[in-house]
Design a protein around this ligand. Structure first.
Ligand SMILES: [Ca+2]
Ligand SMILES: [Ca+2]
Length: 149
């Protein structure tokens, strides 16, 4: 049975943190990251990152080990928490790309999640979130909020 919770869907994110192929439920409250495995287990504390907000986090298996990781941006640096459990560490440096312009998907065919950004009318990807930006397309009329992938 799924857990009963007061959380609303915009307060949670879904990603597979334990690598069992099933989605897990992630939420942040006062900088504490909590995960409910499969949505059936109790919410347990996963990590603590002061000041973190769900809207500024991106989820995907960026290092390709089969478990979801958490990526965020701070002061032109992209920071990754391996499996969402380790402290944030710098994996990339990209100027002028706010988290709101960042999406996650599998674009280049390897096992690692990539970051898609829409900036200045161009679509670019960063392979694994750590590679340099590579331009893949341009359509200045499409904001990233209207894309689904
Ligand atoms: Ca899972
Ligand atoms: Ca991973």
């Amino acid at each position: 049975m799924l857990q009963k919770s007061e959380l609303k869907t915009d307060q949670v994110a879904l990603a597979d943190f334990d690598g069992d192929g099933r989605a897990d439920v992630f939420t942040v409250h006062n900088g504490v990251w909590k995960v409910s495995l499969r949505g059936t287990q109790p919410l347990t504390t996963w990590n603590s990152v002061q000041g973190s907000q769900l809207s500024r986090l991106r989820f995907g298996d960026f290092n390709g080990d089969g478990r979801a990781d958490v990526l965020t941006e701070l002061g032109h640096e992209w920071l990754l928490s391996d499996n969402g459990k380790t402290p944030l560490q710098k994996v990339n440096q990209v100027r002028d790309v706010p988290v709101s312009n960042m999406g996650v998907g599998y674009f280049d065919g390897d096992a690692k999640a990539d970051i898609l950004i829409v900036f200045d009318g161009f679509w670019s990807i960063s392979s694994g979130g750590s590679g340099p930006l590579q331009r893949i397309n341009s359509d200045p009329k499409v904001p990233i909020q209207s894309l689904r992938f």
